[in-house]
Design a protein. Structure first.
Length: 340
């Protein structure tokens, strides 16, 4: 008999990381149940936002929730209002301070949960299951996946006898631990019962040591490159920190919108309400946190060269040094800027 196991659980500690990162202690069960409640709530609350993986990290007083989604704009909302509302709702569920961070999935066709969810939604809308599966397989293979396998089980087309059908393309070596395989199970709720959709996506093979990162879609090479980037960013920050000590920071956020540019990079920064987190890449985040700014919505465009992004961020921050501009944009007298 075949011994079947969850492909993600089978690779934990080898090439896959955990979705919950915290020390349990004596109340391990309560935290586990709370994590499950948070995940269920977010999936129901953000049904239309194409949410895939939800990673939860805990410290003594703070719960950090990282939501991976193909449509970050829906979660963030206009000016970050929706993500702030979500943070308050999660705060009521947990009874602790919550920080919500958003991670965009660049290629949703390579995310097993989103592919399975797409097939399930089409089945619920009475689309032929064969057509839905074949379209999903085609779009995934076009995104350079090495292989995909889809299994669908239940009363297919309303048949009285439930059955299972398998469709696959390419290779999905479930027994190879170095194979980076994403897996998901989603149920379609139809008038004649539930139909289960399982999806396996083979993204490639991982050679050598890999950092056990929980966020999907980030490749090992990016993490190797990040070490070099981090060193460069640190050097740039230390060199420019002296000129940035006068940046007016209000409750951990910049006081008003700011735009900076350098070379081909452009950076737009906007104040965010407390607790929504820095929605930015590593270079911008490092610069902002170095000057005590932890809550800001940020977007970088043009060149993705981290050195240019750092310089563009500094360009934006240096414009915040003028107290008169701060007072003018906030609509208050000059004295109030310094008094809080």
């Amino acid at each position: 008999m075949g011994q079947k196991t969850n492909p993600i659980g089978n690779r934990l500690g080898i090439i896959k990381g955990w979705d919950s990162n915290w020390f349990g202690g004596s109340n391990y069960g309560d935290k586990l149940a709370e994590d499950d409640k948070i995940r269920k709530y977010i999936h129901v609350r953000l049904q239309k936002a194409s949410v895939s993986k939800i990673v939860i990290e805990r410290t003594l007083k703070l719960v950090t929730v990282v939501i991976t989604t193909a449509r970050p704009g829906i979660i963030i909302g206009k000016g970050g209002q929706d993500v702030d509302r979500l943070r308050e709702e999660l705060k009521k569920i947990t009874g602790k301070e919550v920080q919500v961070n958003i991670h965009e999935i660049k290629r949703p066709e390579l995310d097993a949960f989103l592919v399975a969810g797409s097939i399930a939604r089409q089945i619920e809308a009475r689309v032929s299951y064969k057509r839905a599966i074949k379209m999903s397989i085609g779009s995934t293979m076009r995104m350079n996946a090495e292989g995909i396998k889809v299994q669908i089980s239940g009363r297919l087309n309303g048949a009285e006898m439930a059955r299972s059908e398998n469709y696959s393309e390419g290779r999905v070596p479930l027994s190879t631990f170095r194979a980076d395989i994403d897996y998901a199970l989603v149920e379609a709720h139809t008038t004649y019962g539930r139909i289960g959709v399982k999806v396996w996506i083979m993204k490639g093979e991982v050679y050598g040591k890999r950092e056990l990162i929980p966020i999907v879609g980030i490749k090992k090479q990016w993490y190797q490159r990040r070490v070099v980037i981090t060193a460069g960013i640190t050097k740039a920050i230390e060199a420019a920190k002296k000129s940035l000590v006068r940046v007016p920071v209000l409750k951990g956020t910049i006081p008003h919108e700011q735009f900076g540019k350098f070379g081909g990079s452009k950076v737009f920064m906007k104040p965010a309400t407390s607790g929504t987190g820095v929605i930015a890449g590593g270079a911008i985040r490092a610069v902002l946190e170095s000057v005590g700014i932890h809550n800001v919505l940020s977007k970088s465009k043009g060149s993705s060269n981290p050195h240019n992004v750092v310089k563009a961020t500094f360009d934006a921050l240096l414009k915040l040094r003028d107290p008169k501009q701060v007072a003018r944009e906030r609509g208050v007298k000059l004295e109030k800027v310094f008094n809080g």
